[in-house]
Design a protein around this ligand. Structure first.
Ligand code: SAM
Length: 321
C-alpha cells in the first residue's frame, strides 16, 4: 500500500527531512489518493509496463506506479530529494531513481538499457515551467513511448486539444496532434497539492500515433512553417511568413501557394488545419528547394534524418511566462 499521498503523510516526510520547496523546479506535490489512483488508472499501468516518471518529488506518485507497474524509472533533477526518495521508495525494488535533468536524458538509450528497447509509458505530474519543452522532447526524441499521461496546467491541456478557429489553437496544438491523440481525463483542483498552484491543473493522456495523421514531405520544414505561422499571430499568414526568420519564403510565394490550395489570401495561421499546413508545407518546401544551389540540395538529400533531429519543433511557451 502506498504510504504517501495524504496531507499528513507528505508533511511528515517534509518535516523529517526539513525539505524546502524550490520554486524554480515547479514543485507542487500531490496529496490526494483519489487523484493519484485516477492518474494511474488513466495510464492503464500494468505489470508488463515499464513506466518513465518525470519528477518524482518525494515519491508520492512513484509509490502508486510501483504498486501496479513491472518497473518504474524516475528522473528527478533536485538533488535534495534523492535521499528522501531512497527512504520513501525503500519498499519498492522495482523503482530506479536517476538524479538528472529530463531535458538532458537520452530517452532512447534509457529505453534500450532499462527496457530492452520496448516502449515506455510516461506518467508524470509535470513541473509546469517546462511543460512544452518536455512534451516536445518526448515526441521528438523518437524514443519508444506509446502513451504519455501527464498533469499539466489546465490552460495548456486545453491548448493541446484545440482545433482551427479557436484563440487557443497554436503551434503546441498542432505538434501534439501531429504525434498523438490528446484527451483530457481529469481536472484537478489546487487543494490537491502542497503547495497549492495558482493555476488549475488537468491530467491529459496523449496516445502516440504509429504514423502521423498527415504526411508531409519534410517534417522539419512543416514545423518551421507552423512556428513561423504563429510567431506573429495578429498578422495574416502571408505577412507572417514573408517576414519569418529561418524560412526562405516570399510573400508572393506564400500567396501563390495559398491560391493553389484554394485558401483565401487573407487567412490567419489559426484558421488552418494540420492537413492544410502539411499541403502548404509541401508546396513551399519544394519552392525553397528549387532556390537552393545544387550543393545545398545535395546536403539536404544526403542528411535528412540529421536535419530533422536538429530542427526544433514548435514550442508554445505561454505557461512559462
Ligand atoms: N511527482 C511528484 C508529485 O506528484 O507529488 C512531484 C511533482 S512536482 C509538480 C514536479 C517535480 O519535477 C519536482 O519534484 C521537481 O523537482 C521535478 N523537476 C523539475 N524540473 C525537472 C527536470 N528538468 N527534470 C527532472 N525533474 C524535474
Amino acid at each position: 500500500m502506498p504510504k504517501l499521498g495524504t496531507p499528513t503523510g507528505t508533511l511528515e516526510v517534509l518535516r523529517k527531512y526539513d525539505f524546502h520547496f524550490q520554486k524554480k523546479y515547479g514543485q507542487n506535490f500531490l496529496i490526494d489518493p483519489n487523484k493519484l489512483e485516477a492518474i494511474v488508472d488513466a495510464a492503464g499501468v500494468e505489470k508488463t509496463d515499464c513506466v518513465l516518471e518525470i519528477g518524482p518529488g518525494i515519491g508520492t506518485l512513484t509509490q502508486y506506479l510501483a504498486e501496479r507497474a513491472g518497473s518504474v524509472i524516475a528522473v528527478e533533477i533536485d538533488q535534495a530529494l534523492i535521499p528522501i526518495l531512497s527512504d520513501t521508495l525503500s519498499d519498492y525494488p522495482n523503482v530506479t531513481v536517476i538524479n538528472e535533468d529530463i531535458l538532458k536524458v537520452d530517452i532512447a538509450r534509457l529505453s534500450r538499457e532499462k527496457n530492452g528497447g520496448k516502449p515506455f509509458k510516461v506518467v508524470a505530474n509535470l513541473p509546469y515551467y517546462i511543460t512544452t519543452p518536455i512534451v516536445m522532447k518526448l515526441f521528438e526524441s523518437h524514443a519508444p513511448i506509446d502513451l504519455i499521461t501527464i498533469m499539466v496546467q489546465t490552460e495548456v491541456a486545453e491548448r493541446m486539444q484545440e482545433g482551427p478557429g479557436s484563440k487557443e489553437y497554436g503551434a503546441l496544438s498542432l505538434a501534439v496532434q501531429y504525434y498523438s491523440r490528446p484527451e483530457i481525463v481529469a481536472y484537478v483542483p489546487a487543494d490537491c497539492f502542497i503547495p497549492a498552484p495558482k493555476v488549475g491543473s488537468s491530467v491529459i493522456r496523449l496516445t502516440r500515433y504509429e504514423e502521423p495523421p498527415v504526411k508531409a514531405e519534410d517534417e522539419a520544414f512543416l514545423f518551421r512553417l507552423i512556428r513561423a505561422s504563429f510567431n506573429q499571430r495578429r498578422k495574416t499568414l502571408i505577412n507572417g511568413l514573408g517576414n519569418a526568420e529561418g524560412l526562405a519564403v516570399t510573400k508572393a510565394e506564400a500567396a501563390e501557394a495559398l491560391r493553389t490550395l484554394g485558401i483565401p489570401e487573407n487567412v490567419r495561421g489559426e484558421a488552418l488545419s494540420l492537413e492544410q499546413f502539411a499541403r502548404l508545407s509541401d508546396l513551399l518546401c519544394r519552392r525553397e528547394t528549387e532556390k537552393k544551389t545544387p550543393a545545398e540540395r545535395e546536403t539536404k538529400e544526403t542528411a535528412p534524418a540529421d536535419r530533422q533531429t536538429k530542427e526544433k519543433a514548435p514550442a508554445d511557451r505561454r505557461e512559462d511566462e
